[in-house]
Design a binder for this molecule. Structure first.
Ligand SMILES: Cc1cc2nc3c(=O)[nH]c(=O)nc-3n(C[C@H](O)[C@H](O)[C@H](O)COP(=O)(O)OP(=O)(O)OC[C@H]3O[C@@H](n4cnc5c(N)ncnc54)[C@H](O)[C@@H]3O)c2cc1C
Length: 315
């Protein structure tokens, strides 16, 4: 697909927010690698975003990110318009045992605000370095709790700017996956916790922090888990114990520490890829594909990327 240039889009809507062409994208994400957004739009507020979506010609693709902690932005960049939500979407409020958060709120802020208000059950969010929008899209989770377990409802805008209020069932949330249409833009969510003791909740958050420091390369340029754990059926068919984790398959395939260009499978947690310095998005993707090949040869299992790869390859 050709690069999107503003002056080539007929009827490009006039907006109150900020439009930037060729805006850095991959370099602003956790991997610090990859291409730019052809057009980046930061709306002034929700009305500006709705008006923009209503007026944008149908053929122009729209993309949205949170803090890019789960994506490889390919080196050739992202076509169409990339939306960056404005700050009003980063608000978190509590009401009884409910927590209301905008889609740009960090998961960690949701965990912290909940703890301060004595709301238990959202501590797992403290271990996920993304935004609520990313958590809704990925059904993010850790230590046996997923976003869907605490979600009451989410709000989203469709490509035409219509607002939808969705329950977890509407969203078809499953392990690191939802069936919500790809072009929906989440704007916020409501989570249900339960009354708890703020000091105990904070101690739980601290324990999660220490556990992650020990087991994950969280100070590196990484994207979290590269591949999803295979299903019980896949593991049984491969003659493996059903509690086998994907990192064990990668380790057994000899890919711990494997390097391609500047990309490496972490020695600390071999399902995490890291940019050791000058990795391109292509290095990262090629490394992932090499790992998939080795695991397929060793175990006959086709690993599924958990990390999203978005944008165009460099031609
Ligand atoms: C060190 C580290 C540890 C991690 N640990 C975990 C973990 O334990 N558990 C876990 O689940 N994940 C983990 N991750 C992965 C990642 O943090 C989560 O998937 C997170 O939910 C992604 O949020 P984000 O804001 O960074 O999304 P992005 O990476 O920016 O985007 C991810 C996807 O969500 C979509 N998206 C983002 N915002 C919106 C929105 N408002 N509306 C619609 N779609 C949207 C994007 O289009 C993209 O498809 C880890 C990552 C790192 C770097």
């Amino acid at each position: 697909m050709n690069k999107t240039a503003l002056n080539e889009i007929d009827d490009f809507p006039s907006v109150r927010g900020r439009i930037t062409e060729n805006a850095p994208l991959g370099m602003n994400g956790w991997f610090k690698a990859g291409g730019t957004a052809d057009v980046l739009f930061k709306p002034a507020d929700i009305d500006d975003l709705v008006d923009f979506l209503r007026a944008l010609p149908d053929g122009v693709p729209v993309q949205i990110f949170g803090v890019i902690s789960n994506c490889i932005i390919r080196d050739g960049g992202v076509r169409g318009v990339t939306i960056r939500l404005p700050r009003e979407f980063a608000l978190v409020e509590t009401e009884g045992t409910l927590v209301k958060a905008g889609a740009l709120a960090l998961d960690a802020s949701v965990a912290r605000e909940a703890a301060d208000a004595g709301i238990e059950g959202l501590e797992f969010f403290s271990g996920i370095p993304g935004t609520i929008g990313g958590a809704l899209r990925m059904n993010a989770g850790c230590y046996s709790t997923e976003t869907k377990d605490v979600l009451t409802e989410a709000t989203a805008l469709d490509r035409q700017g219509n607002i939808h209020v969705l329950t977890p069932d509407d969203m078809g949330m499953a392990y690191r996956h939802t069936t919500t249409p790809e072009d929906y833009i989440f704007t916020g969510a409501v989570f249900q916790g339960r009354a708890g003791d703020p000091e105990e909740i904070k101690a739980h958050i601290q324990a999660i922090k220490e556990r992650r420091e020990e087991s994950q390369p969280i100070r590196e340029r990484t994207g979290g888990s590269t591949f999803a754990n295979p299903s019980v059926t896949e593991l049984s068919q491969a003659g493996l114990s059903t509690d086998t984790k994907v990192w064990q398959l990668i380790d057994q395939a000899g890919a711990r520490g494997l390097k391609i260009g500047g990309a490496q499978m972490s020695e600390k947690h071999c399902n995490f890829m890291i940019n050791t310095g000058a990795a391109t998005a292509e290095d990262l993707e090629n490394l992932g594909e090499e790992v998939r090949k080795r695991v397929a040869e060793t175990h006959g299992i086709a690993l599924r990327w958990e990390i999203k790869r978005i944008g165009e390859l460099l031609t």
